[in-house]
Design a protein around this ligand. Structure first.
Ligand code: SF4
Length: 379
């Protein structure tokens, strides 16, 4: 089944490390953007741009930016557009990314009534000093309160995003945030590593304030320490950066890692279907303009070669704790994984980075620290 991704490119302030496709919130721009989104979704489902009306989908993911800056009735209209354009599964997963400062109990309850059944909060840290260094608008207490408000609004599927390798963060501080998250008991956690981009204002902030990031060995200890605590707290790791309680894996994100298909709506959104990958126009204004005229929004359409499809399936599949099934790859792509990549994989197997179990090949937890090196064998 398809996953539907809806991009919302608005934020109340721009964080100093952010490299996403987003801009400052503007109420008028947002209203026109929502109309454009609905127009794109309706065209994709109805006009068959992406395969015809009534295609089956079972997830909707509102990502950003800050999707919780959209009003609940705007979210409801977008979900209705998905419902009328696609054959949405009854047990669909509908996720809304939310920033803790942008929600209230009443707002969360209204999102729930609109059809959202999963909330993903961008918490990043439970330490005030770390949140300030990242120029985030919320406090740790606001994040805790937002979580409780989500529970009170009826959300039984809540995910928290946390970031490691923050400026001045050392192992103990990172594990403090992990413990604080465990204490709340969300169903799902995503742990990301901060990347400081060359042109990020954070880079200048760090130079000015003489903030440093922990050495590599400490980063490995942060990752392994967090995963151990999460194991003990009853979370099952299922992907390099993601853990979940039983039955609470992100169904939408799993499509990206299991060779699935998805349609992305909104400026800069990516889609992958039937071996074709495309990306929408990145600029919000241009997107609204083109969607309003009913023109083609995709600016970068590419049919993947058989080798690229295979490389992607292996590369993304290896992110999963379950790894890849060589038999399934053989059936789908007609390629013998061991025959083609065996000699290059052997050193990683010997070093304990990879595990071979019957037809399955997966990264060990140690191997996850070297995932990029292992995956480079495939691309
Ligand atoms: S809230 Fe998220 S998308 Fe918005 S500026 Fe901050 S990091 Fe970027």
């Amino acid at each position: 089944m398809l996953g539907l991704y809806v991009h919302v490119p608005f934020c109340s302030a721009i964080c100093n490390y952010c490299n996403f496709n987003r801009g400052l919130f503007d109420a008028d721009l947002k209203a026109r953007y929502v109309d454009a989104l609905i127009s794109e979704i309706t065209q994709a489902g109805g006009a068959g741009r992406a395969g015809g009306a009534g295609d089956a989908a079972d997830t909707i993911f509102f990502g950003g930016g800050t999707p919780s800056l959209l009003e609940p009735d705007e979210i409801a209209r977008i979900i209705e557009a998905c419902e009328s354009s696609f054959d949405l599964a009854v047990d669909r997963e509908v996720t809304l990314e939310a920033n803790p400062e942008s929600v209230t109990g009443a707002r969360l309850a209204a999102y729930r009534r609109a059809g959202v059944n999963r909330i993903s909060f961008g918490v990043q840290s439970f330490r005030e000093d770390e949140l300030r260094r990242l120029s985030r608008l919320h406090s740790a207490d606001r994040a805790r309160a937002a979580f409780q408000e989500a529970r009170a609004a009826g959300f039984d599927n809540v995910s928290l995003d946390l970031m490691m390798w923050l400026p001045q963060q050392r192992i103990e501080q990172w594990l403090e945030s992990i413990d604080a998250a465990i204490a709340l008991g969300p169903e799902h956690l995503s742990l990301y590593m901060l990347e400081v981009y060359p042109n990020a204002p954070l880079k200048d902030d760090m130079a000015r304030a003489k903030w440093s990031q922990a050495p590599d060995d400490d980063v490995a200890a942060m990752y392994l320490g967090a995963m151990t605590r999460l194991d003990e707290a009853g979370y099952g790791q299922y992907e390099i950066s993601n853990v979940a309680k039983q039955g609470r894996r992100s169904r939408h994100n799993l499509k990206y890692w299991t060779d699935g298909e998805w349609l992305g709506f909104g400026c800069g959104a990516h889609s992958t279907r039937a071996g074709v990958r495309w990306k929408n126009i990145s600029s919000t204004e241009d997107y609204i303009d083109v969607a309003g005229r009913g023109s083609l929004l995709s600016c970068d359409i590419r049919r993947l070669t058989a080798d690229e499809q295979l490389g992607d399936a292996l590369f993304t599949g290896l992110r999963l704790v379950d790894g890849i099934d060589a038999n399934a790859i053989q059936t789908r792509y007609g390629v013998d994984v061991w025959g083609r990549f065996g000699p290059d994989l052997e050193p990683f197997l010997e070093a304990g980075c990879l595990r071979r179990d019957g037809s399955r090949l997966s990264l060990t937890r140690q191997g996850m620290l070297l995932a990029h090196e292992v995956m480079s064998v495939f691309v």
